[in-house]
Design a binder for this molecule. Sequence first.
Ligand code: M6R
Length: 365
Amino acid sequence: DKGEYRHYMAKEIHEQPEVVGRTLAHYVDMAAGRVMLPEALPFDFARLTRVYITACGTAFYAGLVARYWFEQIARLPVEIDVASEARYREAPLERDGLTLVISQSGETADTLASLRYAKSQGQHTLSVVNVPTSTIARESSVVMPTLAGPEIGVASTKAFSCQLTVLLCLAIAAGRARGTLDAAGERRLIDALIRAPGLMAEALTHEGAIEILAREVAKARDVLYLGRGTSYPMALEGALKLKEISYIHAEGYAAGELKHGPIALIDESVPVIVIAPHDAVFEKTVSNMQEVAARGGRIVLIGDAKGAAEHGLETLATFTMPAVDAMVAPIVYAVPIQLLAYHTAVFMGKDVDQPRNLAKSVTVE
Ligand code: M6R
């Protein structure tokens, strides 16, 4: 039931504060300021030398964000690949190591095959899935459910933000086990994380302005998304979201890669969506924005008040997200990225819930 919404996708975008809150309640002891994993783990994070992550599409991008979290919070190296490659690469996986798979449906053929390959190598398997009765959930040694509820729109939205939420909790648990995150550090991260649902609700209030910008984006043939750090996978996700429902060609790039090719595309017809909270790499991203501006590119900044006050460049539009801890930012920034894709596609008259050529669950290769 779509309720008051025109599309499932809109409903699911708006549900995010609630479902992220529900997912957090499942994994966090709010009073103690600690992550609380519902199941005992059959492996010890302190003994792992790395984590191997695999998934497809949006779930893969959640994994790419998690790579930064595992590496920064837990000093745990991450190897990650799309499942369609991971399943055939025959990557050497150490016995008793950990493979982490991420899937909304829990039925994606390539992700399932990668999970089975990992098991054949003697790896422990942990799945982050939204459908607890799915094949991937059944075949994994540990399941960490996302509590997003059924996701109907083909474009993944609330499952993605819930995947990020679970993965950040897991990275915090890993940091505690590995001694790289002390109790005070954990409490600080948890305090930031439990503010996420409220900040997502605040991000949703930008919908009207995003809808106006969408009319401009709808005229473009190509759109570039740029970001650094965790905003790099968010740029990839933004581009995927836009292309799958509006059919506008979009590409996500690490902002620092601009000079290595994509800068050749920049002119006034190509909107450049820059995802840049005021974090440790913000200034570096500003220098990339300057490169875009110098070539007549039109910048759309998805950032915060501090960054907006600092960069000094003219933008086509600026969306000021609430101030948020840098680690938690991807969860909040998912909202404007999804809204922009949604309103662009709706303005163009596309069927956002059932885009052409796509299936909700890809159970064949
Ligand atoms: O069910 P899964 O999470 O395993 O699905 C993976 C991808 O097929 C999925 O995320 C796809 O990319 C979405 N249409 C993205 O919005």
